[in-house]
Design a protein around this ligand. Structure first.
Ligand SMILES: Nc1ncnc2c1ncn2[C@@H]1O[C@H](COP(=O)(O)OP(=O)(O)OP(=O)(O)O)[C@@H](O)[C@H]1O
Ligand SMILES: [Mg+2]
Length: 476
């Protein structure tokens, strides 16, 4: 935090009716390089809001005229990304709660402490930057990712998607974590007649159960404390498109009942509302739980299960997709090389490729994807067996041990005297062998690092890194 220069020019708005507070905050913030604009009421500030360029707002809860919470709701409605920090003299818990519900970034209590103000403002601005990155990333993930692979298992999924997409029936996607359930859900949407409509995702596991009803169905203004503004629910937002209910197995019984009613009637009622809205929504649900088991255990409604699971699609684990592992790996290496401007694009040595092919990837495609990105950033190019994490490199029988002493295609026992190493773990053995071999080559070249790197086939900078890692130094 407090990285000095970073806040130079960041623009902070202060809305408070107390002249003293405005003056103090200006002084404190300007002292740190922020640009500060002050207003004495919400009404005075309102016209400024639409002009943009605001990095954070400090907003008093009690204001004459339009009060702070109402103004907060207004700000959040049109400029959701601007962090708003509420200031209050006698903050009641309720005010704080509703401010949080409406989307306040934080709360400051009078009397204000300089340190608290600065920390809170810097923190809010930093969080906003993070959210923006995540959003951009999600948007990218959502649109760009193709389902890769040619294995019979994934071909079967493609066929199912094609068959089901045109019909508009409900689909339940099940499968282990990281296998691509969301990708399948998006593919169903894209292949359907609703492709031009919205694809709206709800992560049922991420939303607290008290909020899920309002999230799914929306609420009317004043439906509960904090419902300052009426809000449309995800069902309404998905009208004409697809509603993706992710992690449906984690939904509370209460919410299940309400979703069931919506599916039965095709109508939704906002929390606190009377009128029922007809919505035209196709529901695709996903879970990594065994819903049949959950039904048996009494955690999931059987009637909802049958409604959702008109057509089940099973997303196969990566280990059942044969060579797709390599196809997907190569594609991700290429993609991440592009993103991280690594030239030429990162590839795998045959040994590394074989190890990857032989690994079970319990975290499925997500694990593979993360690995690819890590390799692009951290490993040598081409990626060698020793660049892979030990659980992959060390796979039983998945790859030949590194051949020292020539490429005659034969294992040449005797070149390494394994007895000399005792009973190490594979990793310890690898490091020990690496160390000995590097040392030998260094001696041979008279500790000429450039020459040694050439002989070893790695970059000089990498050799330097390795020497440091292994604690190797020229003696004498
Ligand atoms: N066949 C595939 N080809 C390329 N990338 C894929 C494939 N399947 C999945 N992915 C990628 O793997 C990652 C995980 O996929 P996704 O989020 O759809 O999994 P999930 O089954 O929903 O996982 P979870 O149960 O953890 O939510 C995503 O980045 C996705 O783009
Ligand atoms: Mg998912």
């Amino acid at each position: 935090m407090s990285e000095g220069q970073d806040q130079y020019g960041q623009r902070i708005v202060v809305v408070d009716d107390e002249r003293n507070i405005r003056r103090t905050l200006s002084m404190v913030l300007e002292g740190e390089g922020y640009v500060v604009e002050t207003f004495e009421s919400a009404e005075a500030f309102e016209p400024r809001l639409s002009k943009g360029g605001i990095d954070a707002i400090l907003l008093d809860v009690r204001l004459p005229g339009i009060d702070g919470l109402t103004m907060l709701a207004k700000i959040k409605e049109e400029h959701a990304a601007i962090p708003v920090i509420m200031i209050s003299g006698h903050a009641s818990i309720e005010d704080a709660m509703s401010a949080r519900d409406i989307g306040a970034a934080n709360f400051l209590e009078k009397p204000l402490s300089r340190e608290r103000v600065l920390v809170t403002v810097a923190d809010a601005i930093e969080k906003r930057a993070q959210t923006a990155t995540i959003r951009a990333f999600e948007a990218l993930e959502g649109t760009d990712e193709e389902m890769l692979g040619v294995s019979p298992a994934i071909e079967k999924v493609r066929e199912q998607i094609k068959k089901v997409a045109g019909t508009g029936v409900r689909v339940l996607v099940t499968g282990e974590s990281g296998t691509g359930k969301e990708l399948i859900a998006r593919a169903v949407h894209r292949a359907s007649k609703r492709a031009k409509g919205p694809f709206v995702k709800v992560n049922c596991a991420a939303i607290p159960s008290e909020l899920i009803e309002s999230e799914l169905f929306g609420h009317e203004r004043g439906a509960f404390s904090g419902a300052v503004q009426k809000k449309r629910g995800r069902f309404e937002l998905a009208d004409g498109g697809t509603l993706f209910l992710d992690e449906i197995g984690d939904m509370s019984m209460d919410a299940q009942a309400k979703v069931l009613r919506a599916l039965q009637t095709g109508e939704v009622i906002r929390v606190g509302g009377e009128k029922a809205f007809v919505v035209d929504v196709r529901v695709v649900a996903a879970t990594n739980k065994d819903l049949e088991e959950e039904v048996k255990a009494g955690n999931f409604r059987e009637d909802l299960y049958f409604r959702l699971s008109v057509v089940p699609i099973i997303s196969p684990p990566l280990r059942d997709r044969g060579d797709d592992v390599v196809i997907i790996m190569k594609s991700y290496l290429e993609q991440f090389s592009g993103e991280h401007a690594v030239q030429p694009p990162v590839t795998l040595t045959p040994e590394a490729e074989q190890a990857v092919r032989g690994y079970a990837f319990p975290g499925n495609v997500r694990e593979l994807r993360n690995l690819a990105e890590r390799l692009v950033i951290l490993a040598d190019n081409p990626v060698k067996l020793s660049d892979l994490p030990p659980q992959i490199a060390g796979q039983e029988g998945s790859a030949r041990p590194p051949v020292l002493g020539g490429d005659d295609g034969e294992q040449t026992p005797g070149i390494i005297d394994l007895e000399a190493y005792g009973n190490p773990t594979l990793r310890e053995l690898r490091e020990a062998v690496e160390r000995d071999y590097i040392l030998r080559k260094l001696e041979e070249t008279g500790w000429n690092v450039t020459r040694t790197a050439e002989v070893l086939g790695i970059e000089r900078t990498n050799l330097h890194k390795k020497l440091k890692q292994l604690g190797l130094k020229k003696k004498g």
